[in-house]
Design a protein around this ligand. Structure first.
Ligand SMILES: N[C@@H](CCC(=O)N[C@@H](CS)C(=O)NCC(=O)O)C(=O)O
Length: 212
């Protein structure tokens, strides 16, 4: 069988989730580090976002679609439960994280620190402060969900957990969100357990360079 190729930037939460998924599934893959909005990525993704995937002559974009393809194509532990309720709950949490939590926690809050777009490059305080009330509520929802069994769905790891983990990990890097995560013990425990997994250790992106 052709080698799977995952394309994107290692630091992207969506790329990281897909790499964790391939590793959990036990699928060897080639990682091609390419930025969004490059010709190669744009040749696969119509809006030139990452991750994109190639497997032989089959090309795919969207992280959930890529994870589903990996799950159904290769042998290995299921990333998405086969039975209807588990599959639906996995879909539910992926959709919730991608449409509600990522826009607030990553695109609004984290991006305002990392790519602030301010004249002097300082964090965009207005955008950060505006995100905080929604983030409080969102992290409390995640904590409650994780309180049941330590996973978002059932009592085993699914792609819903893999999809959430990179966001939760990055939230620990910034002051307000670090404090919020620390106040949610089930979310903190989830991050610690995920960090101990070989799939996460094998795919963790290098830390950002220290600023002077
Ligand atoms: N729904 C997409 C989201 C992908 C996405 O937004 N990727 C970001 C990086 S984390 C990106 O490519 N951003 C570049 C841009 O929007 O121009 C997925 O699940 O793959």
């Amino acid at each position: 069988m052709a080698e799977l190729e995952i394309i994107g930037v290692a630091q992207s939460n969506y790329v990281w989730a897909v790499r964790i998924a391939a590793t959990e599934k036990g699928v060897p893959y080639k990682f091609t580090p390419l930025r969004p909005n490059t010709a190669e990525v744009g040749a696969i993704h119509p809006f030139s976002k990452i991750p994109v995937m190639r497997h032989g002559d089959f090309e795919l974009f969207e992280s959930k679609a890529i994870a589903t393809y990996i799950d159904r194509t290769f042998d290995g532990p299921p990333l998405i439960p086969v039975e209807a309720k588990g599959a639906a709950l996995t879909e539910q949490w992926i959709s919730c994280v991608n449409t509600l939590i990522d826009p607030t926690c990553v695109r609004q809050y984290i991006v305002s620190y990392v790519f602030p777009g301010t004249p002097d490059g300082s964090p965009n305080r207005a955008k950060i402060d505006a995100a905080l009330p929604a983030m409080e509520k969102q992290l409390a929802v995640l904590d409650k969900a994780l309180a049941r069994n330590g996973h978002l769905v059932g009592d085993t790891l699914t792609f819903a957990d893999m999809n959430l983990f990179p966001i939760a990990f990055y939230l620990q890097r910034f002051p307000e969100s670090k404090a919020m995560v620390q106040s949610q013990k089930h979310l903190t425990g989830f991050i610690e357990r995920m960090l101990a997994r070989p799939s996460v250790k094998a795919t963790t992106p290098p830390p950002p360079p220290k600023k002077d």
